[in-house]
Write a protein that binds this ligand. Structure first.
Ligand code: NAD
Length: 550
């Protein structure tokens, strides 16, 4: 991997307009005179030479003049298409400001309007019509992919079926792999598997980019995914495949089917679990409580909820707690009420959390009945942590843990302001969408997002650099503990359960080291253990500062 700024062999470079139109190599007005002479660029650029810092200044100035986040998204997309190094450096040095524009919450809107704002393709689209020739299609990709983020668009954030418009998610996610962890953009391949859509609005939208047919299901669906997974591993040997925003009736099945066969993980299930476990560990540093003494009540019983519960249980088991005792700490509420033993036909992933208890129809009643120490909102139903729920949590606990994780912002269970006000400032709060600091009774709280982007970039980097054959739960547990160790006393003092995003590259490097270490220790790595794992990880991180070409 070419990761350090240095001198590139000019004779192997495209020249002139070809170079200016290659986003992986283009530097725009930052080409030096020597480069302009060596690479046939004289006259093709205005005379003044800007530094990359000056170019970033121009980008930020323009972005900040745009009132509409979607306009900013489009502008950043255009930058991505013409100058990747500048795009990534702008994100890296302004993560707090830019991440919400290229990922949640703006990416949700971008997916909904994907067909209208479409300018040029990025990544690969594989459709149900491509059955039987996926391998030859993947061979059209010009680089050796090290990581694929793939979606079928059926459950985009909390927005439901967005069909092929869901491509915004793999693109955005892979941008974060590069910006947050330095995964080389040449190794990143976003893929959308277009199996149709059941979204009537899209089927009737003249600008929709996908197949105008209803979703294929059953054996036809499974065979298409199987062909893709097999072909991807043949074309890009050992590639890490991250499944993203599949509906939960497919997500759990596909994870179970492939996790012991290929290098894969599902971020909605496993990445979410790790980042939320970190938030809980941070909260417990404040309350002084132990994991096994908590009672976690989840609003939602899907990929996020059961993934989190499973990893919390694994964390307790690793501390010597009996597994069935650990499971008793986790309770779920789904659209039919509290998940309890007497309910029949529960999905397999909910069953371990179906405890003995009378039926409870509503979440507020479940809060009063169970007296949880923590409520974790992952049902994608906005406003469900009501004043009443928050007041109950504050009555039950000295410091209630309140995680409102649903995305995008409109689906958030409560805002940060509501969480702090509703609990008299007692809440230990984390959110799925970004919220500004809140000042209450003279104290300022700085809520931070329990954003998966703290976890998946580092996990991906560690997996790619160690060439691990599998991504295991042990790796996610290690990632959660590593992230928790990065949360400082100063962070906790201001109510932040996560480190500052500005530190994300060092945080991701630490996570990558912990993941790679497990790969070497468990004999999963595809290369010999280096003498210095940290140095190996760091030397493989893409640096978006311009290289010299002449
Ligand atoms: P999912 O579709 O797998 O699960 C949704 C669950 O909510 C289902 O169990 C469903 O039964 C339940 N539900 C729906 N309506 C309900 C209601 N009225 N009352 C109670 N339960 C109800 O989705 P998921 O992957 O688990 O994601 C859920 C939400 O969490 C999304 O908004 C997603 O964006 C968000 N999320 C946030 C993060 C994060 O912040 N780090 C990570 C993952 C997911």
């Amino acid at each position: 991997m070419n990761s350090k700024p240095g001198k590139r062999d000019a004779s192997a470079m495209p020249r002139g307009t070809d170079l200016l139109h290659d986003p992986l190599l283009n530097k725009g007005t930052a080409f030096t005179l020597a480069e302009r002479d060596a690479l046939g660029l004289r006259g093709l650029l205005p005379p003044h030479i800007h530094t990359q810092e000056e170019q970033m200044g121009r980008i930020l100035m323009n972005l900040r003049q745009m009132a509409d986040p979607l306009d900013r998204f489009v502008a950043l997309n255009a930058l991505h298409d013409r100058n990747e190094a500048l795009f990534f450096r702008t994100i890296c040095e302004n993560v707090d400001e830019i991440q919400p524009l290229i990922y949640t919450p703006t990416v949700g809107l971008a997916c909904q309007r994907f067909g209208q704002i479409f300018q040029r393709p990025r990544g690969m689209f594989i459709s149900a019509a491509d059955r039987g020739r996926i391998k030859s299609i993947l061979a059209n990709w010009p680089y050796q992919a090290g990581i694929i983020v793939v979606t079928d668009g059926e459950r985009i954030l909390g927005l439901g079926d967005q069909g092929a418009n869901g491509m915004g998610i793999p693109v955005g996610k892979l941008s974060l792999y590069t910006a947050c962890a330095g995964v080389n953009p040449r190794q990143c391949l976003p893929v959308t598997i277009d199996v149709g859509t059941n979204n009537e609005t899209l089927l009737n939208d003249p600008y929709y980019v996908g197949l105008k047919q209803r979703r294929i299901t059953g054996a036809a669906y499974d065979e298409l995914i199987e062909e893709f997974v097999t072909a991807a591993n043949e074309v890009f040997t050992g590639v890490l495949i991250q499944f993203e925003d599949f509906a939960n009736h497919n997500a759990f099945r596909l994870l179970a089917k492939y996790r012991d066969r290929i290098c894969t993980f599902n971020d909605d299930i496993q990445g979410t679990a790790a980042v939320v476990l970190t938030g809980l560990l941070s909260a417990l540093r404040i309350t002084g409580g132990k994991l096994q003494d908590q009672r976690l009540l989840f609003l939602g019983a899907g990929e996020a909820a059961t993934g989190i519960a499973d990893l919390v249980v694994a964390a307790m088991v690793a501390q010597g707690v009996n597994e069935s005792v650990a499971r008793q700490c986790c309770w779920l509420v789904d659209s039919k009420g509290l998940v309890v033993k007497i309910r029949g036909d529960l999905a397999a992933q909910k069953k371990p959390y179906a405890h003995e208890h009378a039926a409870v129809a509503e979440f507020p009643a479940a809060v009063r009945a169970l007296k949880p120490t923590a409520i974790i909102g992952v049902a994608a139903v906005g406003g469900t942590f009501t004043k009443e729920v928050l007041a109950d949590m504050a009555r039950i606990n000295a410091q209630p843990i309140v995680f409102a994780l649903s995305n995008p912002t409109s689906k958030s269970e409560c805002t940060a302001q509501q969480a702090y006000e509703g609990t008299g400032g007692k809440a230990l709060f984390a959110c799925g969408s970004p919220f500004d600091p809140v000042t209450l009774a003279g104290r300022t709280y700085v809520p931070r997002q329990g954003n998966n982007s703290y976890i998946f970039p580092g996990v991906g980097l560690g997996a790619i650099v160690s060439c691990t054959q599998r991504v295991t739960d042990e790796m996610f547990l290690a990632a959660a503990h590593t992230l928790a160790a990065q949360v400082s006393a100063a962070d906790l003092a201001q109510g932040s359960l996560y480190p500052a995003l500005a530190r994300i590259r060092e945080v991701s490097a630490a996570i990558a080291v912990s993941v790679a270490t497990i790969a070497y220790e468990r004999d999963l790595a595809g290369k010999p253990r280096p003498a210095d794992i940290q140095a190996d990880i760091k030397s493989n991180m893409y640096d978006p500062r311009y290289e010299s070409y002449a």
